[in-house]
Design a protein around this ligand. Structure first.
Ligand code: PFF
Length: 446
């Protein structure tokens, strides 16, 4: 790999990987999933999955990417050749590349709504802001035209950034925008904790009711842990390819996981105080939760409209910095293959994601009554990718790095102290595969 394709300094990799990890998954999905899955019990399992499965799998992915210094498919090709291993492991790269396009298709629909909300605010004279907000959201999603417009704009923006190349397009933008987002999330959380019902929100998030735990809650928490960290599909592997050689993988990944988890918890602590202090809003309202609650919070703030727009701009940016990593693994492979250029590749893949995304758009309106295997189109895509493909990818990566690769070689590259390395390998060998398999099996046989 050429020198200009290595990110300069340690901070760029952290920001890019955190940019991939921190996105709609934290600010939109985590709060609504917590709401629909019973609160604290879901959060507890989610945190356990992050620590025991997410952290080691992310380290393993980063290792493979940095070792191969290519797209995930070709990094796996290289590592299997160098260690004389069966090429079957390369399938992992393929599944990840496909999962990325599938996730992008519906990710873009919600990112489009967030972008549209930059221009939406509750009129100052409105006497029932919560009801206004709920009605606004349902009216917005009932219009396929509006949804398609914003979905298209988001896909196009993603393709433009990726088309420009990872170093120029992604590296630079993110190092400025991510710190701004962190700052605003903290500020909004402080505001919401003073103006809403903070203690009830805190209780809801951190006081688990164990009777709420069932296999569906556990599989959702695990899927969310994978989704939020962008692991199990090669996004982090693709970024690992640009990581400087001397950067310490363990320490770096720990920072990324910490940032990602903090943003999710802060988003929960921002949204739930508002929900609990407005009886019309409901914790279990599903994907619309963010869009129904935030405008209400901003409505009562001085200069609320301006802050609301800034906040939705930042959410859209967080979404872009994640969506680029969804399409990057496949694009990088196409570019390496040399049949198409990066730009042609990204147009092709963006087109496929756009088409597939129409199904998710229609789930809100003209297909709202249509079911596919008992799901609507959007939930089906969400289930297949988050609850099946990403954990499957994570399982395969754990087995590959934990059992198949040469431990000495991995430790030499990782430079983790021996005792911690043993914990890392134990998580990959035993905890992650066992936990993922048990969760899968219990879901399908229950
Ligand atoms: N981690 C992103 C989020 O939380 O919004 C979503 C995502 C990005 C998932 C990239 C998977 C991925 F490869």
């Amino acid at each position: 790999m050429e020198k200009n394709k290595i990110w300069q300094g340690n901070w760029t990799f952290i920001m890019a990987a955190a940019g991939s990890a921190v996105g709609l998954g934290n600010i939109w999905k985590f709060p609504y999933m917590t709401g629909t899955n019973g609160g604290g019990a879901f959060v507890l399992i989610y945190l356990l999955c992050i620590l025991l499965i997410g952290l080691p799998v992310m380290m393993a992915e980063t290792y493979i990417g940095r070792y191969g210094r290519k797209s995930p498919i070709n990094s796996l090709n290289k590592i299997t050749s160098d260690f004389s291993l069966n090429k079957i492991w390369v399938i992992l790269g393929w599944l990840g590349a496909i999962a990325g396009i599938m996730i992008l298709s519906y990710y873009s629909v919600f990112a489009g709504i967030a972008a549209a909300y930059i221009f939406n605010y509750i009129p100052a004279t409105e006497i029932d802001p919560a009801q206004y907000s709920i009605n606004y959201f349902s009216k917005f999603v009932s219009s396929p035209q509006k949804m398609i417009l914003w979905h298209s704009l988001f896909i196009i923006t993603t393709c433009v950034v990726v088309g420009k190349g990872v170093v120029e397009g992604i590296g630079k933008t993110i190092s400025i925008l991510m710190p701004t987002l962190f700052f605003l999330v903290i500020a909004l959380c402080i505001y919401s904790s003073f103006s809403g019902d903070f203690s009830e929100a805190f209780n809801f998030l951190f006081n688990p009711d164990f009777s709420k735990i069932n296999t569906s809650v556990v599989i959702s928490a695990m899927g969310q842990a994978f989704f939020t960290l962008s692991i199990g599909m090669g996004a982090i592997m693709a970024y690992g390819a640009y990581m400087p050689k001397e950067q310490l993988i363990g320490k770096t990944v720990l920072i990324i996981v910490f940032l990602d988890t903090s943003v999710a918890l802060l988003a929960g602590l921002t949204i739930f105080p508002i929900v609990f202090s407005n009886p019309e809003l409901s914790v279990s309202s599903g994907p619309g939760l963010l869009f129904e609650t935030l405008p209400v919070a901003f409505h009562s703030l001085p200069f609320g409209n301006i802050f609301a727009s800034i906040f939705f701009i930042l959410i859209s940016i967080a979404a872009i910095s994640s969506s680029v990593s969804l399409i990057e693994p496949f694009t990088a492979w196409i570019e390496e293959k040399g049949i198409f250029s990066r730009v042609q590749g990204v147009i092709l893949l963006g087109g496929i994601a756009w088409l597939l995304g129409l199904g998710s758009v229609f789930s809100f309106n003209i297909w709202s009554a249509k079911t596919f295997f008992g799901f609507n189109f959007l939930s089906l895509m969400d289930f297949i990718t988050n609850n099946l493909m990403l954990p499957m990818g994570g399982l395969t990566i754990s087995i590959f790095v934990g059992w198949i690769l040469n431990k000495e070689a991995v430790q030499k590259e990782m430079k983790i102290p021996k005792s911690l390395f043993k914990v890392f390998i134990f998580c990959l060998r035993v905890i992650a595969p066992l936990a993922i398999s048990i969760i899968f099996l219990s879901y399908f046989f229950s």
